[in-house]
Design a protein around this ligand. Structure first.
Ligand code: ADP
Length: 403
């Protein structure tokens, strides 16, 4: 019996020892697992921190770019947009996770994303969008692939080419206008020459009349080419202004003498109301051209037997405001903002008939801007128009090329 109890006791002790050893191993395994889990968590945290730092750095780089940058994920949802593009769209909320249509409602871009899926790489795509004003973008886009060549999304880089497009349109329009302006007198000249060759040459009276017309239209061509050269030099900043102190009243008097003949032809009186000793800081020849163009227009477009007045007053302490006023029919309100544009005319026929090139006021604006001043007009129908411009009184920093 005792033997039995001893054996049972020993057995129980052995079970207890085994259970304890097993418990111990279990605890060690648990501790090892917890340790491994903690290490894994730590590794994940470090990884997430490194990724967040990398993404923040990446975002900072993209945000410093003038170009717009947009990154879509493999489902075509916004993963990243840089500040430049975000500002253009006026984004105030986080659009990450949205599709192109949800985020921008821009069909052209959605179509480009579809095209990119097929072609994997698109360069120089031209997109347009009308927000407050029309904006044009040149977009380069590429499918982003990972290490294993798996597609991970699409990257778009937007270059704003609005200004370039505007300049391109201005240039095309300008070339069209110039061609038209050159062709009109040239075809008239050619017509008269052909009539002379066809027999009019034998009639001295008719021949003289046609030759006078040819002379008039050749002059028109010459003036146009001269005006075009002036504009081109002013726009490229090659005008090379020789700035000096000029007595404005004296210069205006010289201009009045230069236009005495056309003024007499229209019985226009010209008054020089510029106070004596009004001094401006300007290029004599250019300023003379400004006064000439304005006074000449005032005679041409003012009423016959009218009055043209040249005046000047001090403005803002360091400037002189000059004005040329007429008492003619005035400029319609819808044309006021356009008369300084190249080739803009309120009355085409009248301008041509009086030998106008349509460039006189554009030249005025460019010259005044090259001096650091401004030019503008006020007009009341049936009462008259007054053209104003400002000039510096003293030497100042040179103005950049006129735009
Ligand atoms: P051009 O006289 O050669 O046509 P400008 O650039 O000098 O070209 O003038 C542009 C247009 O502005 C003219 O065609 C004319 O219609 C208008 N304009 C200019 N000056 C006057 C003025 N004093 N009164 C009324 N209209 C004017």
């Amino acid at each position: 019996m005792l033997q039995f109890y001893l054996l049972a006791g020993c057995g129980a002790l052995a079970v207890l020892a085994g259970w304890q050893a097993w418990q111990h191993r279990l605890e060690r395994a648990r501790a090892a697992r917890d340790h491994a889990l903690a290490l894994e968590r730590q590794r994940e945290e470090i990884q997430a921190r490194v990724l967040a730092q990398f993404q923040a750095r990446q975002q900072a780089i993209f945000n410093s770019m003038i170009e717009g940058v947009l990154l879509l994920d493999e489902q075509g949802r916004v993963r990243m947009i840089n500040d430049s593009l975000g500002k253009f769209f006026g984004l105030t909320t986080d659009i990450r996770g949205q599709t192109i249509m949800e985020a921008f409602r821009w069909h052209q871009l959605a179509a480009l994303a579809l095209r990119l899926q097929r072609e994997k790489h698109v360069t120089g795509a031209e997109l347009e969008i009308h927000r407050v004003r029309r904006r044009c973008w040149e977009v380069n886009a590429v499918v982003v692939t990972g290490d294993q060549g798996l597609e991970q999304g699409q990257l778009f880089v937007f270059h704003d080419v609005t200004r370039l497009k505007e300049l391109e349109n201005i240039r095309t329009e300008f070339v069209g206008n110039v061609s038209h302006e050159l062709r009109t007198p040239l075809s008239l000249i050619k017509g008269f020459v052909e009539t002379l060759l066809d027999g009019a040459l034998r009639d001295p009276q008719q021949a003289t009349r046609f030759l006078q017309k040819i002379d008039k239209h050749s002059d028109r061509l010459l003036f146009l080419i001269e005006d075009l050269l002036v504009i081109s030099r002013l726009e490229s900043g090659q005008a090379g202004l020789h700035l000096q102190q000029i007595d404005l009243r004296d210069l205006a008097q010289r201009v009045i003498e230069d236009i005495a003949a056309p003024a007499a032809a229209r019985k226009t009186t010209i008054e020089n109301n510029i106070p004596p000793h009004t001094v401006v800081w300007a290029d004599t020849n250019r300023l003379q051209q400004v006064l000439f163009n304005l006074a000449d227009n005032a005679i041409k477009y003012g009423k016959s037997e009218g009055c043209v007045t040249l005046s000047a007053r001090e403005s803002d302490g360091d400037k002189v405001e000059v004005s040329v006023a007429d008492d003619g029919p005035g400029i319609p309100p819808e044309s006021i903002g356009r008369v300084f544009e190249r080739f803009y005319r309120v009355d085409r026929a009248r301008s041509r008939e009086s030998g106008g090139t349509g460039l006189g006021l554009a030249i005025v604006k460019h010259i005044v801007q090259a001096h650091g001043g401004e030019a503008w007009v006020q007009s009341t129908m049936q009462k008259g128009s007054t053209f104003f411009f400002t000039l510096p009184r003293k030497a100042g920093p040179p103005a950049g090329p006129a735009s």
